[in-house]
Design a protein around this ligand. Structure first.
Ligand SMILES: [Zn+2]
Length: 85
């Protein structure tokens, strides 16, 4: 019994969740169950056995939105502090 679905390209089993990716850092691949095939190197969703591109796009947009909201709050706080004094 394998923990993750077989590779969608070569049907090899034994894929492992990646510890780090450029788009998700350390957390993203764990959230999306982003598995790398040990045989052909294809990357896919270990839960669905399908391509993870949509998940990566949604994850990236969510992270960008959160960072954007954080920056707006931080800038607003700085402006408030500057105009108060
Ligand atoms: Zn493969």
């Amino acid at each position: 019994m394998n923990e993750y679905k077989p590779c969608p390209k070569c049907e090899a089993t034994g894929g492992k969740v990646m510890s780090f990716t450029w788009w998700g850092g350390l957390v993203g691949p764990k959230i999306l169950t982003h598995v790398k095939c040990p045989s052909c190197g294809a990357q896919y969703n270990g839960k669905t056995g399908k391509d993870n591109t949509t998940g990566i796009i949604i994850y990236s947009i969510t992270v960008m939105l959160l960072v954007g909201i954080f920056l707006i709050i931080a800038i607003a706080a700085v402006i408030t502090l500057m105009t108060m004094g």
